[in-house]
Ligand binder design. Structure first.
Ligand SMILES: [Zn+2]
Length: 172
């Protein structure tokens, strides 16, 4: 796990994120019983790693670190902060009977959710995170890692996954 931590620190040193001075990005290793062992996610300033990935080859580890940190570095996860901030403001508005805060937090909640869930934007974010992985650890490493992930997760026939691989230089 030290290798993961070192690569995570290196990625941040290479491309720092403006919020990292206030909230340090953290790597969380999910427990062995986790139902999606080959999954990895970035949420808020946290990167979650599935148990089946811990012993993955170096290129895979670096691709995952680069990709997930890429979501943080590209400000994608700021949307999660905005969402939770809106939820807290909405609850405060209900408890304290503050209509202006209630309406504005509802608006913020709607905007952040639609930005998070819109498929077109979600796809764009995946391309961008892949690009960061290639930038931080090199295009060969990113492609090698992405191919391993696509193969092991049975996604080689998935159109969007193949499009992502092509963006990383893969030839069908
Ligand atoms: Zn992603």
């Amino acid at each position: 796990m030290d290798d993961w931590k070192m690569d995570f620190i290196n990625a941040q040193a290479r491309l720092p994120h403006w919020l990292s001075h206030l909230i340090r990005p953290r790597l969380i290793f999910l427990p062995g019983w986790w139902l999606n062992p080959l999954g990895a996610w970035a949420y808020l300033h946290l990167v979650f790693i599935g148990p089946g990935l811990v012993d993955a080859p170096l290129a895979v580890r670096r691709y995952i670190i680069g990709h997930e940190y890429g979501h943080i570095q590209s400000n994608h996860t700021i949307l999660h902060f905005v969402y939770w901030c809106a939820v807290l403001c909405f609850l405060a508005a209900v408890v304290e009977q503050m209509p202006v805060l209630g309406i504005s937090s509802c608006l913020l909640l709607t905007i952040s959710l639609s930005l998070i869930l819109q498929p077109h934007l979600a796809r764009k974010r995946e391309y961008q995170a892949d690009k960061i992985a290639a930038l931080v650890f090199g295009p060969e490493v990113a492609l090698q890692g992405a191919l391993w992930m696509a193969d092991k997760t049975g996604m080689m026939n998935d159109e969007f996954r193949c499009a992502r691989l092509e963006h990383l230089g893969w030839k069908r």
